[in-house]
Ligand binder design. Sequence first.
Ligand code: SF4
Ligand code: SF4
Ligand code: SF4
Length: 504
Amino acid sequence: MIMKGEMPLPFSLVLLILTGLWVLTSLLLYLKGGRSSRDRRIDLMRNGLVRRILKARPFQFILQLPLVFIFLLIILTGLYGSQDPGRNLATVGTWTIWWAGIIFLILFMGASWCLMCPWSAIGDWVERVSFWRKKEGISLRKRWPRSLRNRYPAILFFMIVTWLELGGFITYSPLYTAYLAIFMLGLTILTLFIYERKVFCRYVCFVGGIVGIYSNLSPLEMRSRDKEVCKVCRTKDCIWGNERGYGCPIFEYPGGMTKNTNCILCTECLKTCPHDNMTLNVRPFMADISERYRGRLDESILALTLLGLTIFHGVTMLPQWFLWAIQMIKGKNLFGYISAFTMLEVLSVILPVGLHYLGSILSRRMGGKGSVREIFIRGSYAFLPVALSYHLAHNIGHLNGEGSKILPVLSDPFGWGWDLFGTASMAPFALLGSKALKTIQFIVIAIGLVSALLLLHRLFRDYEVERRGKALFLLPLSILALLYSILNIYLLIQPMVMRTISYL
Ligand code: SF4
Ligand code: SF4
Ligand code: SF4
């Protein structure tokens, strides 16, 4: 029998493998040395086996196939299974495991979710009429409107899904979870059929938006080996494609890529480059973010939206909030509930943007020579570790508290009383005791804060400051990072309502 606080073998192994990977990567990068963090890269494509695997056309298909199977199963269980959220694979698999776990995947493996993404896979197969062979496809290839060539559609989509998740209690409904999955699939297919390349991935998908902006912090990157080779390359096959593969589906110029924000790690440029000049590197964490980072206002707003919405996420999982929402709904004050929730969600986005703007004005007054806009855009990337650390710490709480529900659900995915693997009646258990959990969460928040301060320093390294010095210039944004971290610790100390409470 598994007792509360006792960690079963598979979970211990996963934790052990992840920690081992982290330690091994850090050690290898340390041993590799180099003059600066930019020199510390491990070129994975130098390995013959890795090169053959990543260059093989069926590679992505093989990774996508199991995910597509699970995705379709989630839709089926949501539509036809028990509507008890704690006993259905749709809710437990989507909200407790995938939505909580994807953040850990990004931290260690960047945009590797996009490499395996099941709805994008099905969309590609249908539009290209091929599983992996290079085919022209049957899309109308219309151009995406110029005014929407930014991350604002993804931000809006993210806000709507957060509204459905937290305000509409979709995490408690297998049926609506299945509808959301079908909607994602439908929208992907529709945009693939109408527009050129993958505009959904580049501009609309909220998952891609989150994955992209956070993966700037991750230790994996797709880059060209030698920019000089790209400069003299006439064919630019990585952009236009050739018989070996497609041109970059997200409108990037892979040869000139300097940040992870848009890359979906599809590996097409590895296949198409005739000079074998594209590669997959392991690198130090947060390597993208420095004074050389080419920031954009829409990305800045996305980073600050993530910060605000993750904190809002934490607030809505407080028992007091949950009781208030239930009372409002039970008291038939649905309109009051919806308007209050919507206003608070919008406020949770406006507030960090407004505070960051104020902080940028103050920094400007403290002697910054550039414009407030420049400080605003550059400084916003330093808040990514604050958002990510709370995202991680919060989700550690979810995985710890309800992650084990996946074991009975795997044995009985529809909640119909099956017992495929003999784990259907396994009682939920916590992996960590409360003290160990809080300690880990606080350490994660502390790492996030230290990383944010480090990034602030790095982002403004070449920035000219008048009279009073760099420390004073960085003070307003540093104080903001500190205040967010204190707020995050306060939220983590509070008890938390789980995402998929069983009715039974
Ligand atoms: S951007 Fe979205 S749709 Fe595209 S691969 Fe990533 S998760 Fe899938
Ligand atoms: S990555 Fe390859 S195909 Fe693209 S510009 Fe560089 S050398 Fe040319
Ligand atoms: S083609 Fe290369 S740069 Fe473009 S999305 Fe795929 S892996 Fe990233």
